[in-house]
Design a protein around this ligand. Sequence first.
Ligand SMILES: Cc1cc2nc3c(=O)[nH]c(=O)nc-3n(C[C@H](O)[C@H](O)[C@H](O)COP(=O)(O)OP(=O)(O)OC[C@H]3O[C@@H](n4cnc5c(N)ncnc54)[C@H](O)[C@@H]3O)c2cc1C
Length: 336
Amino acid sequence: MTISLNGGRMIHAPAGRSLFAALRSNGILVPTACGGKGACGLCKVRVRGDSSPLQPAELSSLSGGELADNVRLSCQVKPVNDICVELSTDVLAAREFKATVESVLNLTHDIKEVRLALLPPGAISFRPGQFIVLRIPPYASSRFAAFRPFSLASSPARPDRLELQIRRVRGGIGTTYVFDHLSPGASLSLTGPYGDFWLRESGRDVIFIAGGSGMAPILSIIEDMADRGISRKAVFFFGARAREDLFHLDRIASLQKRLPELRFVPALSAPAAGDGWDGERGLITEVLERNVRSVADVEAYLCGSPAMINACVGLLQRKGLCESRIFYDKFTSYRL
Ligand SMILES: Cc1cc2nc3c(=O)[nH]c(=O)nc-3n(C[C@H](O)[C@H](O)[C@H](O)COP(=O)(O)OP(=O)(O)OC[C@H]3O[C@@H](n4cnc5c(N)ncnc54)[C@H](O)[C@@H]3O)c2cc1C
C-alpha cells in the first residue's frame, strides 16, 4: 500500500502492518507512550481515503470532533488501500536525541528535576510548552524499554541543555526508574519535540494554572517570555498540598523581576497547622473562583493532572471563557 504524506512524500506500508509502524520505520517519529498498543492516544494523525474499520481503542481515545475530522490513532490503522496522511509540523520535525544525565535533584519529596545534556551535535529546537518522549531502558524487573512523555521545563535559549520535572507515580515504570535507578552520567535517548501547548502570540492577558510537575511547561513559557521581553499581563496560579510541595519559588521571584506584569499565586489545599502560611488556601478551583473576576480578553494555559484540568476548564468556561482560548496538556498516565 502507498501512503502519501501531506500530499508530497510517498512511503510504502506492507500489508497487515500498522500505519504507526510504517511511519516509524520511515523515520517519522510519531509520538507514543505505549509503543503502539492503542493505550496512550498520542499517535494521532489525520487519514484520508482509508477504508479500514475504526478500532475500539480509537472510540475511547478520540473525541467526536476528531472522529468527524478523520483523525485516527496511527497504531490502530492497518491500511487496506492507498491513503493520504496529514502529519503536523512537529511530528514531521521530531528527531531522536542522545543525552547524558547531568543531575537528578529533589525539588520536593515527590518531584525530581532531571537535567540532560544533549550529545553533540544535539540541539533541540522547540517551542516552550512542548514535550519530549523519553525512552526508559529495561531495568530491574521491567524487562522492556518503555516510552513516557515529559514536558520541557527549560528555555529554548539553551537548546542543548534540557530540564524535566518528574513526579513519582507509585508503581509506575518510568518514574520508578527516574527516582530509584537514574543517576548523573547515565545515557538516555529521547524523541521530540511534540505538542501544540505553547503561548499564542495574541497579546491577550494570560492565566497560567499548574499543579505539581505541571509547572514544567509553564516555567519554560515564562522563561521564554522573560528572555524575549514579552511583557503580557499574566497570573500564574500554582496548586500544591502543603508548603513542602512548593518549589522554584526563588526562580519564579527572579522571573517576576524581569516580567513586572507577572503575578504568582501559590495556593495550598492542606497547609500544615502552624506553618505560618498566609497565602491562598483551598483547591485551585476555589482560588480561581475568588481571584479571577473577568475573563474578557484572556487566554488560559493549564498543565497537570487530568482531574485538575477538567475542573479548572469547567470553571473558566462557566465564567465565560470560550473553549478556543483555553489550552492545556493533561499529564495522563497509561495503564497498559
Ligand atoms: C503530554 C504529556 C506530558 C507529560 N509531562 C509530564 C511531566 O513533565 N512531568 C511528569 O511528572 N509527568 C508528565 N506526564 C506524565 C508521564 O508521561 C507519565 O505518564 C507519568 O510519569 C507516569 O509514568 P510511569 O511510567 O511512572 O507510570 P506507568 O507505568 O505508566 O503507570 C501509571 C499508573 O498505572 C499503574 N499501572 C500501570 N500498569 C498497570 C497494570 N497493568 N495494572 C494495574 N495498574 C497499572 C501504575 O501503578 C501507576 O500507578 C506527561 C504526560 C503527557 C501525556
